[in-house]
Structures are given as C-alpha cells and as structure tokens.
Design a protein around this ligand. Structure first.
Ligand code: GLU
Length: 279
C-alpha cells in the first residue's frame, strides 16, 4: 500500500466559510489519523472567478484553525504547461477531440456531434474527452456504492474550454496523480465529479484514489453554504468554537474547548469516518 497522502483543494473564490472548514477538517483528520501527509492545493484555474487576496486569506484561516500543509502549497496557476503536456498525451492517444459547438446548442448532456467532425485547430474550439457507454461503479467510503452511466449522466465532457482555460476535472486529476494522492476527502457536492475523474484516471492508465465525501452544510433556508450564496466567512475570533461545530457536523465525539492544536490532536485520536453519515 502506498503511504496515505491527502489534500484540501480550495478554489480562491472567497474566504473559507463553515462548509469549507468542515471539508478541510475532514480531509485533515482522515490523513492524520492514518499517519499520512496532508497537502493544501490552491485551485486558482479560473481568473475571472477568483477574488484577489483570497488564496492568502484561506491559508491564514487554515493556520488559525491549526491546519498547515505538510509540503509546499501548490498553486494550479503555476502548472499550466504540465496540464498542456498531459492534454497533448490524451490527444495523441485519441481520447480527446476538438468541439466547436456552442453550449446553448444542446441540452445538459453533449450529444457528441463533433466526435467525427473535422474541426481545424484554427477554429475556436473546446477539447472534450471521448467517453464510452460502459457504466462506472464506484464505492465512496462515506456515501456507499454508486453506478454512473457515462453517456447518460455526463457525456463527453470538456477538458479545455474555448476561452483557453483548463477545466477543473482535468487539472484536479493531473495534480492528484502527480502529488500521489491516495484518498480524496471533500464535500458531497463533488460526488458526481468523481465519475468523470475516474474516466480520466482510466485514460491516463492510473489507479484512482479512494474517496470519502462529507456532508455539505446548509443555511437555515436549506441553501448550500457556498461562496456564490454569500455564506459568511469564518469568525477569526472563535477558531476553537468553529472547530467544535465542524466536528459536530461530522458526527464525531465532542471535544472540549482548548487551543486548536490540542483540539486537533484529540479529534485525530477519536476520528471515526464511519460515523460521518450515520444518523
Ligand atoms: N477546488 C474545488 C472547490 O473548491 C474542490 C476540488 C476537489 O476537492 O476536488 O470546490
């Protein structure tokens, strides 16, 4: 078994809110309880969506809660030439094709119109992964078994957009492979992405990591806490209480208020992933 390497991979679209603390904490505790390494990767792939200063802010917020990356923090914006090189490989292996279709010209699933079209490199185009019709079976450590029908659930998906930006699915898989990530712990809103990422692992002939998806947090109206929904940022003045609440959201044994470092040590000792989804 390779040594456990986990990660927390926030997009710098704003400071951390309670929902992102829950995901960060779960990934941290799961890695540490296994004697593993925990890495932070800033997924700053989409400049128009980025809020200036939030990468630094996120790192400060994590540190305030006692969580620091075990290795240098990776920034995806510094990895573009690697993404391009890996994409070239997928093109050479005929996993990828050029697509000129506008998003509005089809429903939610791309019907594969450009699969056999000769789209020239000079024409504005996106690059899509050619998926097949087989089903993907996946067992998530927290959420159990799922079956995905590739052609019905997502179809040929985009790896590089027409505007030249690399897609999250491509970059996340390349970095998870490159950093030797053995288990992905993140919010349940990304469970559906797991299947697409599995297709990419296959295309890269690499074993995919285990996954543990954790509950997403909602506000009083049942809306997912997210940066888009203007979830309030974590209160810097109450890190111990924030940690206590995040542990509670993960269904872990309660831990008394102390320094974040001592609370994390106690939480690592008591970590029970099987309790996360138990009611
Ligand atoms: N960067 C993604 C986000 O902040 C998470 C990526 C992942 O954990 O796979 O939503």
């Amino acid at each position: 078994m390779p040594p456990y390497i986990g990660r927390f991979a926030p997009s710098p679209t704003g400071p951390l809110h309670f929902g992102s603390l829950v995901a960060a904490l779960a990934s941290y505790l799961d890695a540490k309880a296994a004697g593993g390494t925990w890495l932070v990767r800033i997924e700053d792939l989409d400049p128009p969506r980025e809020i200036i200063g939030s990468s630094q802010r996120i790192l400060e917020q994590l540190a305030l809660h006692g969580m620091n990356s075990d290795g240098p923090v990776r920034y995806q914006s510094q990895r573009l030439s690697q993404y391009e090189a890996q994409l070239e490989q997928l093109i050479a292996d005929d996993h990828v094709y050029r697509c000129r279709c506008a998003r509005r010209s089809f429903g939610s699933i791309y019907p594969g119109r450009c699969r056999t079209a000769q789209v020239s490199a000079d024409e504005a185009h996106a690059l899509r992964l050619r998926i097949n019709t087989s089903v993907i079976q996946h067992h998530d450590i927290g959420m159990g078994a799922h079956t995905w029908r590739q052609n019905i659930d997502y179809g040929d998906f985009i790896l590089k957009r027409k505007d030249g930006l690399f897609a999250y699915q491509l970059a996340v898989v390349i970095d998870d492979i490159d950093q030797g990530i053995t288990r992905i712990v993140r919010g349940a809103d990304l469970l559906a992405s797991t299947a697409m990422q599995y297709c990419l692992y296959k295309a890269f002939n690499t074993r995919s990591p285990d996954t543990l998806h954790v509950p997403i947090m909602r506000d009083r109206d049942g809306q997912k806490l997210s940066k888009q929904n203007h979830a309030p940022e974590l209160n810097d003045l109450t890190p111990a209480e924030n940690l206590q609440q995040a542990l509670q959201a993960l269904n872990q044994s309660p831990i008394s208020i102390d320094s974040p470092e001592n609370m994390l040590t106690a939480a690592i000792d008591g970590w029970q992933p099987s309790r996360i989804w138990s009611s």
